[in-house]
Design a protein around this ligand. Sequence first.
Ligand code: XMP
Length: 510
Amino acid sequence: MENKILILDFGSQVTQLIARRVRELNIYCEIHPYNSKKYNFDDYKAVILSGSPHSVRGENPPKIDLSAVKGKKPLLGICYGAQYLAHFYDGEVGSSNTREYGRANLSYVNTESPLFKNIAIGSQVWMSHSDTILSLPKNYKCIASTHDVKNAAYEIEGEQTYAIQFHPEVYHSTDGKQLLENFLVHIAGVSQEWTSDNFVDSTVAGIKEKVGNDKVVLGLSGGVDSTVAAVLLQKAIGDNLYCIFVNNGLLRKNEYSSVLKQYEGMGLNVKGVDATQQFYDELAGLSDPEAKRKAIGKVFIEVFDQEANLIEGVKWLAQGTIYPDVIESISVDGGPSATIKSHHNVGGLPDFMKLKIIEPLRMIFKDEVRRAGASMGIDAKLLGRHPFPGPGLAIRILGDITPEKVAMLQEVDAIFINGLRDHGLYDKVWQAGAILLPVQSVGVMGDERTYEKAVALRAVESTDGMTADWVNLPYEFLQKVSNDIINKVKGVNRVVYDISSKPPATIEWE
Ligand code: XMP
């Protein structure tokens, strides 16, 4: 049994947050759908049951055989997990009379319970449930309540089983991290040794063992994930790692040359391939966003395939895939469904896709990728870069793409992004960029009437890009940036700021 935790997912929206909180405690954990065949209880030191959109009283509630765990290993039920361990063991769960969503405060805490060590009455917790535990089975002891929820937490005598109705994983539960630490460290006795340094050491050792003296090819994008993956691989196999950085002509102003230089400075074995013209040729005349994405994907594969073929005897393709891309999600009917996207037509696979795949970041979250990068000495500026879409500026130029439009947008984008940096705002924003609109409007410059392009600026805050809100940038800043853009970028006479949230809008305009 290794020093790791199993989180069984019953389909809650916030299961990934449980994993992130556990990892923040320097404890390694894995998420698996409750009905997956890929986990074995023997491999884990403790088990956490997640919440769920289902009700234990529903027609077909997700069920699982816990005989190898309950009473045998430390077990924590959260929300649905708590109701589950009550309902299916002779307790009673019913629908709640009062609304139990949002903030609540603990009105009773059994301070003798190890689960509530250092957590006091009054502590804020986050509730989100429509069922409630009306009565507890024999041997179960209530250890916390709120004003509306009597059985907000319980423990089972003679077992290391604990359960809580509220969600310790969300930030609004102010002592949530302490509670998880109490369970994992003090009750389950798990040691906190999952650190960035350990991750780097064990991953490098793992790559060495797996890859040996083989050659590996990796596509660098300039983003955080592919860069950290490359540095890890380079530490393990040195120049047997062949990196390819493709210029699609749709990057930010000067990005190709500056990032390439930075990669070379980091000692990476990297080859820059300027395929700008190929991308522009394929994009010529295309206006539909999906058609543009397809064209870019097609050329990228052609270019990458050609380059990979030049590396004699290459056996592996490395990718910067991270954990959220590989966690299996629960589909509505309760069955597990892989979220992994690309389904390629087998006969027609490009050559590089026939390589064996290595994904050194596939078990870690974005914040852990950044920390691993920092512990390997990667420049903080590079690690803090905003996300940038693969199709680049092509999906920020509405309508067809021409080299002139790209050049114009690059100028606008550079003024905006440099402005954010100069005003200390860059790191407060999750992602920012400029959009070239297919709109011309009338303006006046000097005594001249102009009829030129309008651009939109977009800056959002988000944690994962799934939801986002526009950033309330200071008016003085917007005023300065707008002035600079109109004065310095020929062909633009109007700047607007996008104040839409996602949903219903998206971050990109296409
Ligand atoms: P949306 O526009 O869907 O964007 O709200 C969410 C996040 O995904 C990025 N994005 C893409 N990234 N290829 C990518 O690699 C794409 O086609 C693409 N479309 C959107 C977007 O920049 C944001 O970070």
